[in-house]
Design a protein around this ligand. Sequence first.
Ligand code: MRU
Length: 347
Amino acid sequence: MVLLDQTRLPSEEVELVCTDAPALVEAIRSLAVRGAPLLGIAGAYGVALAAARGFDVVEAARALEGARPTAVNLAVGVRRAESAYRAELAGTGEPTAAAVAALAAARALHQEDAEASTRMAAHGVALLDELLPGGGHRILTHCNSGSLVSGGEGTAFAVALAAHRAGRLRRLWVDETRPLLQGARLTAYEAARTGMAYTLLTDNAAGSLFASGDVDAVLIGADRIAADGSVANKVGSYPLAVLARYHHVPFIVVAPVTTVDPETPDGASIEVEQRPGFEVTEILAPQVPVTGAGGGIPVAPLGTQAYNPAFDVTPPELVTAIVTEEGAVSPVTAEALAELCARSRRA
Ligand code: MRU
């Protein structure tokens, strides 16, 4: 299985080859492959890889789905390929046919994600036009939610890109997204390739940008949306939602229906991944010389403890709308989300 190693971007475009599930688990943990929809796709292909190579598929599936806890898409993707494998094995007793079935399930998920991305972009642009009829949108985004994390053009970034193509994006404000700089390294990389007008800012500059009236809407992705509409996304999303509410700016979440998890009742039930402290106490940019314990340049005294949650949770009352491939939900309520999921199951 060949992946683009996202830890090396934007300096280098390097392929990472995973020949078994443990290698893929490591790629997921190190964020070489990351972002909710892509984690689902990678997890499904990982099950197919284990099946094709004759490894223990159940063991591989459990290791893959446990590699990161917050993005529900990972478990959804893994289980889809595993179910296809098990069903075929139960029917034919043929491991080779079961491996082919797992691969077909992974390919189907990949294709569906690409299609969902196109539909989310269309619904998102329509919503922006409704909320901001004048055009010339100045959109703030956080983390990375473009084609690097998707079978298609992504989630929140795909909406900004569609607005750009329609001539309605004035500027994309890109939060650098400390500590691992997914905004600076990855979103700026993607934005530069599209030719859209974009500006990078430190996360803590967002407040003054709102205060000066330069943000028309916030667009972010999601790693898990609880049944009540609470949204887990990259740490730093919740403060943006608070800022957006104070400044009367729409805060819009864009995610495929697979990110909505009916099994997770509310925000407090979402497991937030805690990551190693060295990601905060060291700068881990790929081009810097390696010196610290985590492989980066120390920026804090040796032995400093760090608080490093990978995600935070935004309550539904701060979310203006959730845009999915099935349409937008606004206001965000448990009932509206449940109906959306039911519609998606019927489709
Ligand atoms: O830790 P990461 O880089 O995997 O976090 C990714 C995010 O938080 C994204 O915003 C989220 O997965 C949505 S991507 C469409």
